[in-house]
Design a protein around this ligand. Sequence first.
Ligand SMILES: Cc1cc2nc3c(=O)[nH]c(=O)nc-3n(C[C@H](O)[C@H](O)[C@H](O)COP(=O)(O)OP(=O)(O)OC[C@H]3O[C@@H](n4cnc5c(N)ncnc54)[C@H](O)[C@@H]3O)c2cc1C
Length: 402
Amino acid sequence: MTKNVLIAGGGIAGTATSFALARAGWQAHVFERASEFSEVGAGVQLGPNVTRILQAWGLQTALQDVAAFPTQLQARSALSGDVLATLSLGVDMQRRYGAPYVTIHRADLHQMLYGAALAAGAQVHPGAVVTALQNTAEQVEVQVSQADGNTTHTADVAVVADGVWSQLRQQLLVDGSVQPTGHLAYRTLLRQADLPVHMRSQDVTVWMGPYAHVVHYPVRGGAWLNLVALTEGQMPGVTADDLQSWNAQQTPEQAEHDLKAALRGACAPLQELMAAASSWRAWPLCGRTPMQGAHQHVQGRVALLGDAAHPMLPYLAQGAGMAIEDAAVLAQQLAVTLNVPQALQAFAAQRWQRNAQVQRGAIRNGQVFHARGLMRWGRDLGLRLAGPMLMDQPWLYGHHVN
Ligand SMILES: Cc1cc2nc3c(=O)[nH]c(=O)nc-3n(C[C@H](O)[C@H](O)[C@H](O)COP(=O)(O)OP(=O)(O)OC[C@H]3O[C@@H](n4cnc5c(N)ncnc54)[C@H](O)[C@@H]3O)c2cc1C
């Protein structure tokens, strides 16, 4: 008999899970709070650990149609503008890890997964809020609220993929809400054709300054430049709950003003690039301490995936990547045994330490990117002497989910 999975949340994690399970023969239903399935935001980078999975899922051609394939990653000083180190991506990454390093608009990634999920038979329900989950002896019950009323559904497995602000996690694990990290991300997209030639770029570039850094890379086949500035600052008295609506209240003028202050002292080329942006969207970054055990991934027949399970700072560029790894492992484990609780425990055992390692790595990377004083001096020297070795991450990119 076909088994069924109900998924709360249709972001990257929920959509990838619906595809992975539908292609494994499961009946997958996704409930998404928003009235349509779409992604906001700008770009994401995907390392070979993630593109390897997309290839195995048969999405290589779809990826090629929309992604950009940068040939190098440059680390630069935001203050002097010096190139501190360069890591070759492109064919070198492909040769080393057997899969490419890509940069892609988040909406293109989501659309690709969404189209694949529908084609594989997944069913999606927009405007549907999952309000509660309850493990029973043999199944899991899922309460859903929609404009035309409330319904209860039963499933063999439920997946909680409702993102960083996950209410369902709080119900299940009773471990409170996410905490503000004091870091903010300002994002914008620039059409490359509108930029002077010397400002256009098909590389990934990281400009590192005290308490702040800027990253840019191409998306939409290289036609657009995704520009993100990450800053640090205390926001006294502001709680994680306030932050959920905070970005909506930021005016473009405020964002521009705050960014100018955070990047004062930056070199002229970086100032020029920042000035090319006409509007910024700000995201307060919230997080949790790295995962502490398998119980944070699975409770009975409920699995937590993506940001709901392991929200992380974006400084290793792997949040969506870990959500896709989660989805792949969940589908693999559910395919090898008919014993669902056992498969879920195996999933949790396989994933929690990997996710914790990436969460910790992202925090460490932030400290390195934003270094001041002696630490900054040491970082720059290290990058000049051994940049490619320090920037490559075999433990991360070489990871195979099977
Ligand atoms: C500045 C920045 C840069 C980043 N860069 C990268 C990068 O380069 N590479 C990378 O891999 N990752 C990156 N990330 C991380 C990545 O964006 C996230 O990890 C990923 O999008 C999380 O996906 P998700 O599906 O878990 O959560 P979300 O995308 O938040 O999706 C959750 C969904 O659940 C829905 N929902 C919420 N509650 C309910 C409910 N009760 N019922 C039904 N639906 C519900 C929401 O509407 C939403 O659609 C970055 C993040 C930021 C902020």
